[in-house]
Design a protein around this ligand. Structure first.
Ligand code: UDP
Length: 311
């Protein structure tokens, strides 16, 4: 296959480039580099089946020749990033998704949308099944991302139902691993960076809010299987092991031998920060025969080793 990966120089996009190349496919990575970085794909420079195109997908996407699959991963994805780039976040989820769908339609390509657990907002159902319609504050600080992704899902289903486009929707839960940006503001790079600098870990609020963290290789496997399936409804991809942010901080301090402990920052908690988050992955298990396999301690060790190189 000849595959277009938007957001191809980002954390997830670059790992997807690696996977598709290793399966023998040809990959075009597209990125405007506002949150992505060519460092993530530097090792692919000169690869005969790889090409990078710097382009903002909120503008018309032109690609010469056939395309068999479009994986639409372009978007700021950390709360800090989408607060910094609220308009770009809304545009890439709406105009960018429209352009990526239009390209897929013109090329007769299958399409995979990187959606998010954020479509569930601050969930009132726990764990979250794909049938849950969510609890999102459209005008809250996280609304720019949540609503952009909800729009992206809506237009993806419209292209599927109206144009018969061969689409998939992956709802991605918290994912971590090498190539996360140290300064992207998310809890994993923040905590590991702080621990390696022997600083106290900054817990926002009381730290009783929960997340379920999956390692990036599990995400990539889920994306690959979903693209190869013919399933068109949304599928949650995430792990079911749920930790409070307090427990997670203890884990990081223990793994890194950081003696500095934690500090509670009440004011740093963004309004609408979900109190709980854990996927129900019955659908992924049933439809894709997929489930996460990397134990959190193994994944964190790999991630800490990566951050040691960049701190
Ligand atoms: N968080 C924290 N300290 C940090 C960064 C984040 O306590 O230095 C909390 C944040 O308030 C949220 C959780 O960790 O409850 C996960 O935040 P992240 O930014 O990783 O992504 P989210 O899951 O909220 O999209």
């Amino acid at each position: 296959m000849r595959v277009l990966i938007t957001g191809g120089a980002g954390f997830l996009g670059s790992h997807l480039c690696d996977r598709f190349l290793s399966e023998g496919h040809t990959v075009i990575a597209m990125d405007n580099l506002i949150t992505g970085n060519t460092r993530n794909i530097a090792h692919l420079a000169g690869h005969e089946r790889f090409k990078f195109v710097k382009h903002d997908v909120t503008n018309y996407i032109y690609i010469d020749g056939p395309i068999d699959a479009v994986l639409h991963f372009a978007s700021p994805a950390s709360p800090i990033d989408y607060l910094k780039y609220p308009i770009q976040t809304l545009k890439v989820g709406s105009l960018g998704t429209h352009n990526a769908l239009g390209l897929a339609l013109a090329k007769g390509a299958r399409f995979l949308l990187a959606s998010t657990s954020e479509v569930y907002g601050d969930p009132l159902e726990h764990p979250q099944r794909e049938t849950y319609v969510g609890n999102v504050d459209a005008i809250g600080p996280r609304g720019v991302y949540d609503e952009a992704k909800r729009f992206a899902e809506a237009i993806t289903m419209a292209y599927h139902r109206y144009h018969g486009l061969d689409t998939r929707i992956m709802r991605i839960f918290n994912t971590y691993g090498p190539r996360m940006r140290l300064d992207d503001g998310r809890v994993v790079p923040n905590f590991i960076g702080q621990a390696l600098r022997r600083e106290p870990l900054t817990i926002y609020g009381d730290g009783l809010q929960t997340r379920s963290f999956q390692y990036v290789s599990d995400l990539v496997e889920g994306a690959y299987r979903l693209l190869m399936s013919d399933y068109h409804e949304p599928v949650n991809i995430g792990t079911t092991y749920e930790y409070s942010i307090r427990e997670f901080a203890e884990m990081i301090n223990e793994l890194t031998g950081n003696p500095a402990g934690v500090v509670f920052l009440e004011d740093m908690r963004i309004k609408g920060d979900p109190q709980t988050r854990r996927p129900d992955i019955t659908r992924a298990r049933t439809v894709l025969n997929w489930e996460p396999t990397v134990p959190i301690l193994d994944g964190l060790k790999e991630t800490i080793a990566y951050f040691k190189e960049v701190v």
